[in-house]
Design a protein around this ligand. Sequence first.
Ligand SMILES: Cc1cc2nc3c(=O)[nH]c(=O)nc-3n(C[C@H](O)[C@H](O)[C@H](O)COP(=O)(O)O)c2cc1C
Length: 190
Amino acid sequence: MKILIAYGTTEGQTRKIARFCADRLIEAGHSVELMRAADAEGLDVGRFDGAILAGSVHIGQYQDDLIRFARGAAETLRLRPTLFLSVSLAAAGDEPDDWKGLQDCVARFCEATGWTPGRVEHIAGAFRFSQYDFFRTWAMRWIAARKGQRVVPGEDREYTDWEALRRLMKDWAESAGRGLSAPAVTARGP
Ligand SMILES: Cc1cc2nc3c(=O)[nH]c(=O)nc-3n(C[C@H](O)[C@H](O)[C@H](O)COP(=O)(O)O)c2cc1C
């Protein structure tokens, strides 16, 4: 299959996740085009057999460039097997309120873009203290402390489960190949 991966990222973890997904799909024999959503404007999405969109949650929102791209491509995406990867720190935990919040984020994304992904998966992201400014460092240290997470100032901490992501790529590509990815939102969580 020819697969598009378009992503939005603020501190870089979603780019790392998108590259990992691209590598796994290429290993499985697919052809992949990987790009930042900001660079995908005007792209002919009809050239692809399937698409993965990925973005990270920042104060309950995904990146504007991802929203713009999904809105512009919604008509074409709707006709193809698609997967939306929502990257967040809430997905690293098992707080029911946090998971409800993530589902609300996806619902707002669908409403803003007019696109309902064939499948939605929540992926745990990372603390990227190496990328934060002074304000963000303090805000994120406060969040970490509130959640009982131990973080070392200046040190990044990754929660992404790479093995689970590998399995997800295999599973999604197989079902996309069989044309089984029916439009419905599924979200993991308690
Ligand atoms: C300013 C800021 C706000 C964030 N807001 C949320 C949030 O509302 N919910 C959440 O689960 N994670 C939140 N996060 C965590 C990010 O989603 C997480 O760090 C993710 O890995 C970022 O991905 P990126 O590096 O691709 O931007 C926030 C992070 C920052 C720096």
